[in-house]
Design a protein around this ligand. Sequence first.
Ligand SMILES: Cc1cc2nc3c(=O)[nH]c(=O)nc-3n(C[C@H](O)[C@H](O)[C@H](O)COP(=O)(O)OP(=O)(O)OC[C@H]3O[C@@H](n4cnc5c(N)ncnc54)[C@H](O)[C@@H]3O)c2cc1C
Length: 438
Amino acid sequence: MSDERYDAVVIGAGIAGITAARDLTDRGRSVVVLEAGDRTGGRTYNRPFAGLDLTVDLGGSWINRSLQPHMRRETQRYAISVTEDPSITGASFYTGGRRRLMPVPADEISDLERALAFLRDASRRVDTDRPLSEQPITDFDVTPDEFFTGLELPELTRELLYGMISCYSGAPCTEMSMLHIVAQVAAYGHATTGFVTALTERFVGGGAALLHAMIDRSRLEVRLGHTVARIAQDSDGVTVSTVDGQHVDARVCVLATPTNVIRHIDIVPGLDAEKQKVLAHNHVSRATKACILVRNLGGRPFATGTGTFQMISHAYQVDDERDILYAFGCKGGDDDIDLNDRAAVRAAVHQYYPDTEVLAVDHHDWNADPLFDGTYRVDRAHEALTSLAVLNRPEDRIVLAGTDVDDSVWRTWMEGALNSAIFAAGHADARLATITSD
Ligand SMILES: Cc1cc2nc3c(=O)[nH]c(=O)nc-3n(C[C@H](O)[C@H](O)[C@H](O)COP(=O)(O)OP(=O)(O)OC[C@H]3O[C@@H](n4cnc5c(N)ncnc54)[C@H](O)[C@@H]3O)c2cc1C
């Protein structure tokens, strides 16, 4: 036991943990946040690009205030400056082992339209205002092959679609649940064009700007370098212990770490058996993101396909000659790339932009970082809806929070982290009310 006793202890200082702490503080609860790393922000992580007066996002970056209600409210509340990306000026595609200027060959355009219409119509069955796990949509919790079966798509159309799907999930198409993608299209206002046009706003100063405003304004107590190793729960509350033997007592606990790392925390007695089963094995997303300084790009193009990177977005124009690109891939896939290998990155960029010179690369390896062990939660096919229902079932004194457990169409995004935090803080506050009145 420690000398201090808080109403709530929050584990993890990402957007979800900080938002839950802010909400509980607003409701008059005493709260402490324990964060293993030496910074707040979690998967929103900005740093200056070496040699440039420019901050890049190694993790979360894009938002959309019209489609994301929580983000709209929070950015207004804290007067966070947001910029809108200028329109793209061109596109490049890579399928069938070569670069193309059209998404698919001309004789496959109608097949691509058929596939996108099928995806859009499926998304219309998703109610964006209700938890996914409560909706009758098990037929979307299948692999892409199972989802598109019956459409008999030609090879290059299928390849292009699978490149996009793989990029947006960071997972191999053989394993992942299409629920993730159908929900994404629903989130974009039931529009498949959203994959290219929906997320075009970014925080000025980087993805962690909102979170820093919350911490400062609510004067949150955040303890960095506190890696939680154990949570003991009993009828009195929880005792949270760190790897170096510090203890914090609280009445309730909001566990807001990535789901892939929860199994490394000794929870006594354990979480319910079904949660433990879901948390026992990693989800399938191994997305990678690289920030690449290039010369001679020419405009603000967009690229997608089945190249080594499945998507390359324009991020910043540095000057008349140089630009920063954000490039996304999937670790462990057929085209795995070592982002520290400049020649490999150059070859990958050249698949889409053959005349572009790669000058420098920065990235954070989320998959190798033990505090994350992955990028964002994308479940295996046939497991997604069950996993959402199970992970969102609150325990007596512990409630999970974070984008990985979010039961909305914005799961995996910052909006999902906010949504989940609001749910978790509400549950923790209600539980505190019953304890206080005991
Ligand atoms: C490469 C990449 C690109 C992305 N792009 C976008 C985008 O453009 N737009 C968008 O909206 N979203 C994007 N996202 C997703 C977005 O960043 C996340 O949804 C969001 O930041 C997750 O917040 P969170 O609070 O749920 O989790 P996290 O930010 O992961 O916070 C969890 C915290 O728990 C801490 N922790 C872990 N273990 C322990 C422990 N034992 N004890 C104490 N603390 C611990 C971690 O250090 C971390 O700080 C991207 C993510 C990545 C990785």
